[in-house]
Write a protein that binds this ligand. Structure first.
Ligand SMILES: Nc1ncnc2c1ncn2[C@@H]1O[C@H](COP(=O)(O)OP(=O)(O)O)[C@@H](O)[C@H]1O
Ligand SMILES: [Mg+2]
Length: 364
């Protein structure tokens, strides 16, 4: 009888304790079940005999011992538990598809955007104050939009990428997404960029259909930072599907633009102006870009003049620096003359477009 009780109580436990602990029972469950059935039948028989005796005694007007009563009660409880257990097993057997999975993996979440950013950010002092100010701004609940402005090529995109990396460690946002807007923005492109970063796939939908779906998904993310890089004109958030105003209090927008007025008109509550590099910083970046070959004291003074022509703009410093790698002195003199005459198109590597965009910002 003890064995019986221990099996039955084990089953009782099985119904309420975590399944992992009872792994051994699962492995041998078939033979265990058979044994259990046999023992239960014996218990049925025994119960019927005792119950018969009790009924006969009652009919004779005799009183029944209390331990007989409690034994019968316990056995009936146990039989109930076991038949419930059997029912469960039979149900599982009747649904053979249960536990059959075509695929046990779910699509991996899209990687965080910063994982694709290349290294090389230099922690210039001139940027540190700005970066700290910006991060502090993002921590404030009432600040929903911050604008980063500055000349083309001054380092706005580079700074914003570094900020994204740092924010990841601060756990201020559940998700950070970034879209490059550019001079002629395309709603579809912006939608696609952001959708991809949150793992949303568009069907064959209209722009407004995409906007609705994107909006719905974005407002589900409790704390989200949306970075819109290189904004030239005001954007229609609703048409893109971006939350605006109070529609999502946990959503913040970080813009970069060459134009301070665009940042203002779009509703930036805080503005960060990225300054040009100081003379020392310009020299440091230039030296690092040109590389080891640049230790010739003979070249130093002319190189310093070349750097001055770059007006503290990282894009110019890096582009000219790359072009001047391993160059002879006469080539440095040529470069300096060209820069002074402002015809840098003839310097290999200095892209005409980059130059004209820099010129455009200065000429305005
Ligand atoms: N802090 C920095 N450290 C190292 N390189 C920088 C830094 N800021 C800018 N640069 C260089 O200048 C280039 C242009 O900067 P970018 O961020 O694209 O300018 P913007 O977005 O303001 O037009 C970058 O590709 C990078 O080579
Ligand atoms: Mg940029």
């Amino acid at each position: 009888m003890e064995i019986l009780i221990s099996i039955a109580s084990k089953i009782g436990e099985c119904l309420v304790t975590p399944i992992g602990k009872e792994f051994g029972y699962l492995i041998n469950y078939h033979s265990n079940l058979q044994n259990l059935k046999g023992e239960i039948n014996k218990l049925f028989e025994k119960r019927d005999v005792v119950q018969g005796l009790v009924n006969a005694a009652k009919r004779n007007g005799e009183s029944i011992k209390p331990d007989v009563h409690s034994w019968l009660k316990n056995v009936n409880n146990m039989i109930q538990k076991v038949s419930h257990f059997e029912d469960e097993i039979n149900k599982k057997r009747r649904s053979p598809n249960e536990g059959t999975f075509e695929n046990v993996v779910q699509p991996a979440p899209p990687p965080e955007i910063w994982s694709a950013f290349k290294e090389g950010f230099k922690n210039f002092k001139s940027r540190m104050v700005n970066m700290n100010e910006l991060i502090e701004g993002l921590k404030r609940e009432e600040v929903r939009m911050i604008g980063i402005c500055g000349l083309g090529g001054v380092g706005k995109t580079t700074m914003v990428k570094e900020i994204i990396k740092r924010l990841d460690k601060l756990n201020l946002f559940d998700k950070i997404v970034m879209a490059t807007v550019s001079q002629s923005p395309s709603t579809r492109m912006i939608q696609s960029e952001i959708a991809q970063e949150i793992g949303l796939k568009f069907e064959d939908e209209s722009e407004s259909g995409r906007a609705r779906r994107l909006h719905r998904r974005l407002i589900e993310i409790k704390r989200i930072l949306i970075v819109l890089d290189d904004v030239w004109t005001e954007l229609d958030f609703e048409a893109i599907g971006l939350p605006c105003g109070d529609t999502h209090k946990g959503c913040k927008i970080l813009l970069t633009s060459r134009d301070l007025e665009v940042c203002n008109r779009m509703g930036s509550q805080q503005l960060i102006v990225v300054p040009i590099l100081t003379t020392e910083e310009s020299w440091e970046l230039f030296r690092e870009t040109v590389g080891e070959s640049f230790d010739d004291p003979d070249l130093r003074s002319i190189a310093k003049e070349v750097v001055n022509e770059c007006a503290g703009l990282p894009i110019a410093i890096v582009t000219v620096g790359r072009a001047q790698k391993r160059k002879k002195k006469h080539e440095w003199v040529d470069a300096l003359n060209q820069l002074r005459k402002s015809i840098p198109e003839s310097i290999p590597g200095l892209d005409g477009k980059v130059y004209s965009s820099i010129k455009w910002t200065y000429d305005r």
